[in-house]
Design a protein around this ligand. Structure first.
Ligand code: NAD
Length: 485
């Protein structure tokens, strides 16, 4: 891909950020970031580097955890302001590393908003008291765990970096972040901003590299007390095994999805089409909660499908650095091949009506948004996460049938229901096995103060403004005998 306009990014950091300093990896090892626009070599964190990052976080813990919420908040606000100032650069870096169009980059704003929220939220971390045991006044204390490891994916890295780091830090923990080998650019940029914001050395460490070595070292590490992970179910399982084999650290897992959207005959059809098409196309379908299965009532299916295809046909794919582009390539060759393999599978099972031939001629890993119709429910593309702009549209006759179909996967991250009937909407919300249910909206609609996470194999635990600080605090019961006079 050719860069077609003047960029804000002139150069970028490629080293590890450990104990407040940028350093090369201990053995000088590097990994290639092969992306649509750049081919850079990044320092690959070794076992020694991951250990050094944990040791730095451990050493920084006593002083950091002793600060008041307002004292910690000062750093958060500085970092938030620096992130906003760097919006254009962050957008370009994400476009360079994983092909994300700059035209709809918003993560910097959400990250800054989260930092500003957590800057003020620390005083909510309170224990309880109880007079329920005769002769005692009992209290609970909430205390940080120590070192938290945040292992993040490549699809919206800045959101995950801040969404895990800010509450963990505000709770008094110190953090080691491992970014994804596919998208390290924005995480290293955030490390430069952490340095500028003046966080004490070791409080936030950010390392780059593959899961195997550094991610694996962190999840087995005896001094890491919590791993907060977002990524695939395969890696989530490995992390849980590592926790079990090492120190039984707490594990928060935000994993994949195969989200259903259900469209009833009384739905606002235009809205349902627009939003369900956006859900599976946005970020080239590389979104955990994207609605990859749409169930439309048979009475409105022909109209829905016609409008849906029209909406997909209007998508503008191309250079993600151009403001006119709203559809970029898949993040890399591995993702591209994986999506193409699923499309080939789909062709054997269902009917492809609009979609793609491999299009490497654009010098990038582009997949044209693809629709499959009438795919058997047990087909691989109905059960497995494709992580690309590929959607199955099937029909249904009644509520019981569609609930059974929607729930028939091992995932349960986000489900959507479009109907004007309130009772039906709430009946469906109750019956769907899903951590979030959208009524007359679909993913990526979310709410900052609602817990986000998965039923079934979509994860363990919840994240969000009202729950995340709690994830990073231990409960301690203190039993105090009070002598009678
Ligand atoms: P991935 O599991 O391949 O990688 C995620 C992170 O784990 C990366 O940093 C990777 O280097 C690291 N890793 C890999 N092997 C490891 C190991 N053995 N030990 C420790 N760390 C290891 O996932 P991905 O491809 O980066 O992301 C896509 C997946 O993430 C999809 O399944 C998607 O649904 C899921 N996801 C979930 C959410 C959510 O909130 N539920 C959000 C975004 C993405």
């Amino acid at each position: 891909m050719t860069i077609t306009q003047e960029l804000k990014v002139k150069s970028f950091e490629t080293r590890l950020f450990i104990n407040g300093k940028f350093v090369e990896s201990s053995d000088g090892g590097k990994f290639d970031l092969i992306s649509p626009t750049t081919n850079e070599k990044f320092a690959e964190a070794t076992e020694q580097d991951a250990n050094a990052a944990v040791a730095a976080a451990k050493a920084a813990f006593p002083a950091w955890s002793a600060l008041s919420p307002s004292e910690k908040g000062v750093y958060f606000k500085k970092l938030a302001a620096l992130i906003i100032e760097s919006h254009d650069e962050l957008a370009e870096l994400e476009a360079m590393s994983m092909g994300r169009p700059v035209s709809n980059y918003f993560e910097s704003y959400v990250a800054a908003e989260s930092l500003n929220h957590y800057a003020e939220a620390g005083y909510q971390a309170l224990g309880t008291s109880s007079l329920n045991t005769p002769g005692f006044v009992n209290i609970t204390m909430r205390q940080p765990y120590g070192v938290v490891a945040a292992i993040i994916p490549w699809n919206v890295p800045v959101l995950f970096l801040i969404g895990k780091t800010a509450p963990a830090l505000m709770a008094g923990n110190t953090v080691v972040v491992k970014s994804s080998e596919k998208a390290p650019l924005t995480s290293v940029k955030i490390a430069t901003l952490v340095e500028k914001a003046g966080f004490p050395p070791g409080v936030i460490n950010i390392i780059s590299g593959h899961g195997q070595i550094s991610g694996n070292v962190l999840s087995h590490h005896m001094d890491v007390r919590v791993v907060s992970f977002t990524g695939s179910g395969r890696t989530g399982r490995l992390i849980q095994q590592a926790a079990a084999k090492s120190n039984l650290k707490n594990v928060i897992l935000e994993l994949g999805g195969k989200s259903p959207a259900i469209i009833f005959p009384d739905a606002n059809l235009e809205r349902a089409v627009k939003e369900t098409a956006h859900s599976i196309q946005w970020n080239s379908g590389q979104v955990c909660m994207a609605n990859s299965r749409i169930y439309v009532h048979e009475s409105i299916a022909p109209k829905f499908i016609e409008l849906f295809q029209k909406s997909f046909a209007e998508i503008k794919s191309g250079d993600p650095l151009l403001p006119s582009t709203n559809h970029g390539p898949q993040a890399d060759g591995i993702q591209y091949k994986q999506v193409q393999a699923y499309i080939e599978e789909g062709k054997k099972a269902g009917k492809m009506t609009i979609g793609s031939e491999p299009s490497e001629q654009k010098n990038g890993f582009f997949v044209q948004p693809t629709v499959f119709l009438d795919t058997p429910e047990n087909a691989k593309i109905m059960k497995e996460e494709i992580f690309g702009p590929v959607v199955n549209i099937n029909t249904f006759k009644d509520e019981d049938e569609v609930v059974a179909k929607a729930n028939d996967t091992e995932y349960g991250l986000y489900a959507a229901v479009y109907t004007k009937d309130v009772s039906r909407a709430l009946r469906m919300a109750k019956k769907l096995d899903s951590g979030s249910v959208g009524v007359n909206c679909t993913s990526p609609s979310g709410a900052r103060d609602m817990p986000f996470g998965g039923y079934k194999a979509s994860g363990i635990g919840r994240e969000g403004w009202t729950v995340s600080i709690d994830n990073y605090l231990e409960h301690k019961s203190v039993l105090i005998r009070v002598d009678e006079e």
